[in-house]
Design a protein around this ligand. Structure first.
Ligand SMILES: C[S@@+](CC[C@H](N)C(=O)[O-])C[C@H]1O[C@@H](n2cnc3c(N)ncnc32)[C@H](O)[C@@H]1O
Length: 300
């Protein structure tokens, strides 16, 4: 932890605050993504910076929000604000009409669905493919998409390499919310200090790079990849992006950022928004015939 902190911060106080946030975590508030006009749910809302849209709210940590009927009805979806922080980088693309309701979005690492659900709410894309490689993680994804009534979503189960075999230049946006060492889980009270082990980090770097390389095939010319993690070390974040930009020189980084656990709003995240330099041209149709496809909605 000390080594990671020293690489991340020069300022001694910032370093100590970061370490403190991980060794003595305090409960974090919960962000709500609203699908209906916001109601107060009898809770005091925590004010949010203006980068967040008005259909996001933040409520105190001990709100037991998952037990409310409004949650069961799919009026909102709960997630850590760090996830919302990574995803808000897309709002600028929406403002600039770079993404709109004609867009096709592919989420390569989708379960349990937080980023897909944010994308559905923010962009209302024409097609949303929520892909998850791990079978045991599919039911949670299906249940969340269903509860939040994400009608135009398709849930698939494929390795990103298999998905890209049939689907090249199909998406206006590819989400890579990569499997990672999960160092931010410490800020939520998890005790696993193995998240700092070198082999664990290297294993993740390998798969993150592989997923990013597949994303580069799936995304259309001139379109976007949003890479994100919930871990802190440079290797899984900035260094991966350096590697990607060198290996795939047709991409540039449009924006990037980090949320730190010591700021008290979320457990922590990194994001990098990448753009292909080509002319926005035609898009190939999504091909799911050979890809395991899960029904989200079945006739009642
Ligand atoms: C950080 S989680 C995704 C969280 C999700 N995006 C959300 O916002 O709710 C990363 C996901 O990547 C999946 N995963 C693990 N190994 C993978 C691989 N080699 N290729 C693609 N996905 C993988 C995991 O099963 C996990 O569901």
């Amino acid at each position: 932890l000390l080594k990671v902190a020293s690489k991340l911060f020069e300022d001694e106080n910032q370093k100590l605050d970061f370490i403190q946030a991980l060794v003595a975590p305090v409960p974090k508030p919960t962000a709500l993504i609203w699908f209906v006009p916001k109601t107060h749910l009898g809770l005091i809302e925590i004010p949010l910076p203006s980068i967040y849209p008005d259909w996001v709210s933040l409520v105190p940590a001990d709100s037991h929000i998952g037990r409310l009927p409004e949650h069961e009805r799919g009026d909102f979806y709960c997630l850590d604000l760090s996830s919302v922080y990574a995803m808000q980088s897309l709002l600028k693309l929406l403002q600039d009409s770079e993404l709109d309701s004609d867009s096709v979005v592919v989420d390569l690492c989708a379960s349990p669905g937080g980023k897909s659900i944010f994308a559905a709410r923010a962009l209302r894309p024409a097609q949303l493919i929520c892909n998850e490689v791990s079978g045991p993680r599919i039911p949670a994804l299906l249940s969340n998409l269903k509860r939040c009534k994400i009608l135009n979503a398709t849930a698939t189960q494929a390795d990103p390499g298999y998905f890209s075999k049939f689907n090249q230049r199909v998406a206006d946006l590819v989400l890579v919310d990569a499997p990672c060492s999960g160092q931010s889980l410490l800020a939520k009270g998890d005790k696993g200090f193995s998240v700092f082990s070198k082999p664990m980090i290297n294993l993740n770097v390998g798969r993150q790079r592989r997923i990013l390389a597949e994303a580069s095939k799936i995304v259309c010319e001139g379109a976007y990849i949003l890479y994100s993690t919930c871990t802190f070390c440079l290797e899984e974040n900035e260094k991966n992006i350096e590697w990607f930009l060198k290996k795939f020189p047709r991409f540039t980084e449009i924006s990037s950022g980090r949320m730190w656990p010591q700021d008290g709003l979320g457990a922590g995240s990194f994001y990098s928004l990448l753009k292909h330099d080509g002319e926005r041209g035609s898009r190939q149709a999504i091909e799911l015939e050979d890809i395991k496809n899960w029904p989200i909605f079945t006739a009642a």
